[in-house]
Design a protein around this ligand. Structure first.
Ligand code: SF4
Length: 386
C-alpha cells in the first residue's frame, strides 16, 4: 500500500491517480509476487506455473521482483562454493545424469578416496580462493560407519584450521545416527539433492527412490544439520515436476538449494545434448525457487555456462550463490571469468578475501575452459593439491 499512497500523493486529482495506477498495474503484479514471498506466503500452483510458462510475464521485471527478495535476505553478496571430488567413479548406483554411475560410459579420471592431507590442502586452497563453503563429495550409495569415522577425522582437521568456515559433505544416504555423529563432529551442511520430482524419479534412477533421498534429508534435519538439496533441470521433467521439487524443499526448509542444469556428459544415459533448456526458462526457474524459498541460499549450479551462455550474469539476481572451479567431472568457466562477472555486475563475495585482490592474483587461464561444449576435467584439475 505504501507505493499506492505515494502515487496518490503525486496525482493532482483522482483521474490522474487512476492514470498512474493503470500505468503501473503491470508493475504491481510483480511487486506483489515479491511482497508475498517475503511475507512467507506460498504462491499457488497457477502463479508458479505462470512464472515458468507465461511469456507475457516479462523476464526482466520478473528478475527484478526476485532480486528484491534476494536483496532483502542476502544483499548483493554472492556465496562461492568449491567442490572437492574426493573420490571419482566406481559407483554402483545408476543415476542417469552422473558420469560416475555404473550405467555411464563417460571417460572420466577414476581414483579412490584422496589421502586426508590432499583433502585438507584442497580446503586451504578453496578458502584462499574466496570460497564461503568447501564441499567434499564422495561417490556411492551411502555412508558406512567407517565412512562416518573418516569424515569425522576430516572435519576435525579442517575445523581446527578454519573454525569459522562452512563445510558441506555429500556422501549418499546417511542414517539418523550417522547424521547425529556428523553434526557432533562439526559438519555444517549435508548435501543430498532431490534431483527431480517423486513421479519422475524412476525415469532418472532405478537403484534407489525419491523416498530414500528424502529420508536422508529428514535425518539431517532431525540431527540439526543444515540441508543442501536441489534439483537438476533438463532431465525430461515437466513444469509441474519443477514446482513440486521447489515446494518440497520449501516444506523441508532447505537452507541451501543448488539449481543444476543438466550437463550432458557423453557416455551418460542422459548424455545427449539437445535439451530444450533456454536461458529465459532457466531464469524463470531460478525466480520460482527464489519466490518459494525466499530465505534459502539459491545456487545457480552445474551447467550455468553452457545453458545460460550470454545471460549467465542475470542468474545472480534471483540466485545468491554459485560454484567456482567447475563441477564434479565437468569443467566450468575459468575462476577469473566467474569472479570478474560478479564484480562487473556490482556484487561482492562472502569472504574475508577481497574480490579485487583475488582477481589480481587469479591466473587468467587457470586450466578451466570457457568452451561452450561439455569438457571433462583432467587429473590435475580434479586433484589440484598434488
Ligand atoms: S549421483 Fe552419487 S549415487 Fe548417483 S551414480 Fe553418481 S556418485 Fe553414485
Amino acid at each position: 500500500m505504501d507505493i499506492l499512497s505515494t502515487w496518490a500523493k503525486e496525482a493532482v486529482d483522482n483521474r490522474q491517480f487512476l492514470d498512474i495506477l493503470y500505468k503501473h498495474m503491470d508493475r504491481l503484479f510483480y511487486l506483489e509476487l515479491a511482497r508475498r514471498s517475503m511475507n512467507g506466503e506460498q504462491l499457488d500452483n497457477a502463479a508458479c506455473a505462470g512464472i515458468l510458462s507465461d511469456t507475457s510475464l516479462e523476464i526482466l521485471t520478473l528478475l527484478d521482483a526476485a532480486y528484491q527478495v534476494r536483496k532483502h535476505y542476502f544483499g548483493k553478496e554472492v556465496r562461492v562454493h568449491i567442490l572437492n571430488n574426493a573420490q571419482n567413479g566406481h559407483c554402483r548406483e545408476d543415476c542417469h545424469y552422473c558420469a560416475q554411475a555404473s550405467s555411464s560410459a563417460a571417460q572420466i579420471e577414476e581414483y579412490g578416496i584422496k589421502p586426508d592431507e590432499e583433502i585438507l590442502q584442497e580446503a586451504r586452497q578453496a578458502y584462499a580462493k574466496g570460497a564461503a563453503c568447501y564441499c567434499m563429495v564422495f561417490a556411492g550409495r551411502g555412508a558406512s560407519q567407517s565412512r562416518i569415522e573418516h569424515l569425522k577425522r576430516l572435519l576435525a582437521g579442517i575445523k581446527s584450521e578454519f573454525p569459522d568456515k562452512e563445510i558441506c559433505v555429500s556422501t549418499g544416504f546417511v542414517s539418523d545416527e550417522g547424521a547425529v555423529e556428523l553434526k557432533k563432529a562439526g559438519l555444517d551442511r549435508l548435501n543430498h539433492n532431490l534431483n527431480t520430482s517423486e513421479a519422475h524419479y524412476p525415469n532418472i534412477c532405478t537403484t534407489h527412490t525419491f523416498t530414500d533421498r528424502l529420508n536422508t534429508l529428514l535425518a539431517a534435519k532431525a540431527a540439526g544439520l543444515k540441508v543442501c538439496s536441489g534439483m537438476i533441470v533438463g532431465m525430461g521433467e515437466n513444469n509441474a515436476d519443477i514446482i513440486e521439487v521447489a515446494l518440497r524443499l520449501r516444506a523441508l526448509k532447505a537452507e541451501s538449494i543448488p539449481v543444476n542444469l543438466l550437463v550432458p556428459i557423453e557416455g551418460n544415459v542422459l548424455g545427449a545434448p539437445g535439451s530444450a533448456l533456454t536461458p529465459d526458462f532457466i531464469l524463470r526457474v531460478l525466480c520460482l525457487f527464489r519466490f518459494l524459498n525466499p530465505a534459502s541460499e539459491i545456487r545457480v549450479a552445474a551447467g550455468r555456462e553452457i545453458h545460460l551462455r550470454s545471460m549467465e550474469v542475470m542468474a545472480l539476481y534471483p540466485a545468491n550463490s554459485l560454484f567456482l572451479q567447475g563441477y564434479l567431472n565437468a569443467k566450468g568457466a575459468s575462476n577469473a571469468r566467474t569472479l570478474q562477472m560478479i564484480k562487473d555486475a556490482g556484487f561482492s563475495i562472502k569472504s574475508e578475501v577481497d574480490l579485487d585482490e583475488l582477481l589480481e592474483r587469479m591466473p587468467q587461464q587457470d586450466g578451466i575452459t570457457d568452451s561452450p561444449k561439455v569438457l571433462l576435467k583432467t587429473l590435475k584439475e580434479l586433484r589440484p593439491a598434488i
